[in-house]
Design a binder for this molecule. Structure first.
Ligand code: ATP
Ligand code: MG
Length: 414
């Protein structure tokens, strides 16, 4: 037998326990973002390519080699979103939402990157995303980090996940630090990998988080940012760490955390675990005060993070599968016709109910049992003639008859 078309490499068909895990992560995020008064936003899955090229930066891995870009039928270059931030900022500008600033926004959904698929790394994966646009207050960075921390706690995965925190300073800090890094790495050219020689031209900060062992000595001996922080940048970072301490969120300073994207300023962070092998970053983000300007907007401070839903879902305990409360087992044509109306009535009364469309009574009862329902509702000719149903409480083993008109009420009462 032909197996038919296969799914595209790096994509996923998610079902069963995996789908339950996925939903549990999304549900926790939805709960927590409400607690922090973040409003929901939905944006397109594709944008004009320049939205990502201009904001994320031409020299990043994402823009230089991971984007799904294609000409549409009108010849415009479009790109499937590789992340949410750029599209949200584009929406903020094109919809004129400046008047609502600061805006606290949350969303989740699929994102697309052309990467080598492996455990925890897909070409279509899913992110949770939270952003605060239009606030330059360190309290905004803190609120996003405390939200992230609470999410990890509610998912029960806070143990073994560490908040790595760094500052990239303001524009003046970053320029001075960058110049010092270039000078340092120029002096160590002979020791660097080819990739890092390339980075030296385009994005020297990235050498700091190189995983190539050849780069480590030069990276580890590189000048640290602290010596270059302006007073303002130092104050900002101190306010963020003080806020985290006040909220009881544990963090650790990681001076080589620079993040892949060009647009970061001040706060940069990653929640990292040792439980997922090489794909250890579960949630990452920072402040991106330069991004909206690079899209042609006015200077607009903003901060945000994204988390991989699959990576979080792999870490949580298997959730209890959702079970309907009742299963209807109609026997014979007349009962089947009546059961359709009964099932609709139960569901309208808020009782989750499943009904086997076909099959013999034993098989249907076994299926109801296996599905873990509480009540099996058996409807045969006798019951129908009496205007009743035979109900079996699968928890207690009790069996009783109920008038059809009282069915929903009788189930709720038990
Ligand atoms: P990595 O270093 O793992 O490539 P990244 O820096 O590219 O991560 P971000 O752009 O910060 O990742 O994306 C935020 C989060 O999305 C990551 O922390 C991770 O949990 C998840 N993520 C990123 N790329 C993938 C992918 N290809 N498949 C699954 N999850 C991913
Ligand atoms: Mg990546």
């Amino acid at each position: 037998m032909s197996k038919g078309p296969q799914r595209i490499r790096g994509t996923q068909d998610i079902w069963g326990e995996e789908a339950d895990r996925f939903q549990a992560v999304v549900a926790a995020f939805e709960r927590v973002r409400r607690l922090y008064a973040f409003s929901r936003i939905e944006i397109p899955v594709f944008e004009a390519t320049e939205v990502f090229a201009r904001s994320i930066g031409e020299t990043t891995d994402i823009v230089s080699k991971e984007m799904y870009s294609f000409p549409d039928r009108g010849g415009d270059s479009l790109t499937l979103r590789p992340e949410f931030t750029a599209g949200i900022c584009r929406a903020y500008l094109s919809e004129g939402w400046q008047q609502h600033a600061p805006l606290k926004l949350a969303t989740h959904g699929p994102v697309f990157r052309y990467e080598r698929p492996q455990k925890g790394r897909f070409r279509q994966f899913h992110q949770l995303d939270a952003e605060i646009i239009g606030s330059d207050a360190p309290a905004a960075d803190v609120e996003l980090l405390v939200l992230a921390d609470q999410l990890l706690h509610e998912l029960g995965i806070q143990d073994g996940v560490t908040l790595n925190l760094n500052t990239l300073g303001d524009a003046a800090t970053r320029e001075a630090w960058r110049a010092a890094l270039v000078e340092h790495f120029e002096a160590h050219r002979a020791d660097l990998s080819e990739d890092s020689l390339n980075r030296l031209e385009k994005n020297p900060l990235r050498i700091l988080d190189s995983k190539d062992p050849r780069d480590r000595p030069a990276a580890d001996s590189a000048p640290v940012i602290d010596a270059f922080l302006t007073a303002e940048a130092a104050d900002f970072f101190a306010a963020v760490t003080a806020g985290l301490d006040a909220a009881g969120v544990a963090w650790t300073r990681n001076g080589s955390l620079v993040r892949g994207l060009d647009y970061y300023r001040h706060t940069a962070f990653e929640f990292i675990t040792d439980r997922l092998g090489a794909q250890g970053t579960v949630l990452a983000g920072g402040r991106y005060d330069g991004l909206i300007e690079s899209l042609g907007g006015p200077p607009t401070p903003a901060v945000g993070w994204a988390a991989g839903i699959e990576r979080l879902a792999m870490m949580i305990a298997a959730p209890e599968p959702a079970r309907p409360q009742a299963a209807l087992v109609p026997l014979g044509e007349a009962a089947e016709a009546a059961a359709t109306g009964l099932a609709a009535g139960l569901r309208r009364a808020g009782i989750a109910c499943d009904m086997a469309f076909k099959g013999n009574m034993k098989r249907r009862l076994a299926k109801a049992d296996a599905a873990g329902v509480r009540f099996a509702i058996i409807l045969g000719d006798d019951e129908l003639a009496a205007g009743e149903a035979a109900v079996k409480d699968l928890r207690s083993g009790e069996q009783f008859r109920v008038a059809l008109a009282d069915l929903a009420g009788a189930l709720v009462a038990r």
